[in-house]
Design a protein around this ligand. Structure first.
Ligand code: PLP
Length: 384
């Protein structure tokens, strides 16, 4: 499987989670679109490319079960969340209920707009280790007050790599009349995603992570009722359009002037790749590998898994607490000396090492990581 990707074979790549990896055939499709854009630029940007974008949205809409015109393509989930947070009505005293496991760039975006509007970002503590869904829900809803207006959380968290029970949260939020905003950056093609069933108000996901498309392809989904509330982040020709389409949402957000949108057009090719390569089986193999190795690596680090080692909380990534004197030096040593690419993050006074299991990884790469950890423990005091 590694041969189907472009990854440097000299590196043990255990960080699919951060930016993904693109198979050769999908990358070739990307380059095919780029060539077409360069050969016939005007037609491509103003006409044919637009038709292809619609095809790519229809394919994605079918895959995650939503209407294609509720989707717009964006470069990354942070951009999507900037559109949302800037556009939503936030007044003095309003509260956004979230967790203390959220992605740093999006935490920063909320805090920026909260400071401007006098609203409050409530980062509810979700204790580690996670014991059960019920305990999670109890802890989360402790943050609810009469001022809560928006619910925001990740479906799979970044630093702690946990699957959060967003279905239960969306259902209860609906009953309470609260708007739900879900950060699903890691979700598409990692764990099942069915937007009609989940029924969030707003959802963002990355395609360049587990959908294996080239970098800079992500989406924003907004339910029809909220679409007109969101102004574009970049005012361009679709604002006060001369020839408006029947969707202001599409006009406002999709056309952003001259840019290369080839990465978005590779979605149909990616879906074909999954079919041709029996991807559901590959995903299951990765989850099995994770469940086997998670307790073993944790044990080597003198720690325990941070949640029950089941599909309820874990997909193809897991984070293990690690005692290190310097997380950046440890990351760099793992890369420079052992040629292992793996993130070592800090979150809420803890440090975690996060392993991604993708179809191009194998058990002996995790054995090699274990050997490298043992070597670091015996030769340095970076891990204690
Ligand atoms: C939970 C989560 N949200 C959002 C993102 C978006 O990343 P970015 O917009 O920086 O590409 C990531 C990336 O890893 C993530 O893990």
């Amino acid at each position: 499987m590694k041969n189907k990707f472009l990854l440097n074979p000299e590196i043990t790549h255990l960080n699919h989670g951060s930016f993904g990896a693109c198979p050769k055939s999908i990358f070739e499709d990307y380059q095919k679109w780029q060539l077409e854009l360069e050969r016939n630029t005007v037609q491509f940007i103003t006409k044919t490319g637009e038709d292809q974008l619609k095809i790519a949205k229809q394919a994605l809409g079918h895959f995650i079960n939503c209407d294609w015109d509720d989707l717009i393509y964006v470069t990354n989930p942070t951009t999507a969340m900037n559109i949302v947070i800037k556009g939503l009505e936030l007044n003095e005293g309003d509260e956004i209920l979230t967790t203390n496991h959220e992605y740093g760039a999006i935490d920063r975006t909320w805090k920026y707009y909260c400071a401007k509007t006098g609203s409050k970002y409530v980062q509810q503590n979700i204790s580690i280790p996670i014991q059960s869904k019920e305990k999670f829900l109890t802890e989360f809803w402790l943050g609810l007050t009469p001022k809560t207006k928006y619910i925001f959380l990740s479906q799979i968290t970044s630093s702690t790599a946990l699957i959060f029970p967003v279905k239960e949260i969306c259902d209860k939020a609906k009953e309470l009349g609260l708007t739900t905003i879900i950060d699903g950056a890691h979700v598409p093609n990692h764990i099942p995603l069915n937007l009609k069933e989940l029924n969030p108000d707003i959802y963002t996901g990355a395609c360049h992570k587990w959908m294996l498309t080239p970098k800079g392809s992500s989406f924003l989904y907004v339910s029809k009722a909220l679409q007109d509330q969101l102004d574009p982040l970049v005012i361009s020709w679709g604002y006060d359009a001369e020839h408006p389409s029947n969707s202001k949402y599409q006009d406002y957000h999709q056309y952003q002037g001259t840019r290369d949108f080839s990465a978005f057009l590779t979605i149909p090719k990616a879906l074909q790749f999954f079919k041709e390569n029996d991807w559901e089986t590959k995903k299951k193999e990765c989850r099995d590998l994770l469940k086997h190795y998670y307790p073993i690596v944790a044990n080597e680090l003198g720690k325990k898994p941070i949640c029950p080692v089941t599909n309820e909380f874990l997909g193809q990534i897991c984070s293990i607490p690690i005692n290190t004197s310097d997380n950046i030096a440890l990351h760099d040593l793992l890369y420079d000396k052992y040629k292992i690419e793996i993130p070592v993050f800090k979150l809420n006074d803890s440090t975690y090492i996060r392993i991604s299991f993708q179809a191009y990884n194998s058990g002996h790469e995790i054995e090699y990581l274990l050997d490298s950890i043992k070597d670091i423990k015996s030769t340095t005091n970076l891990i204690y």
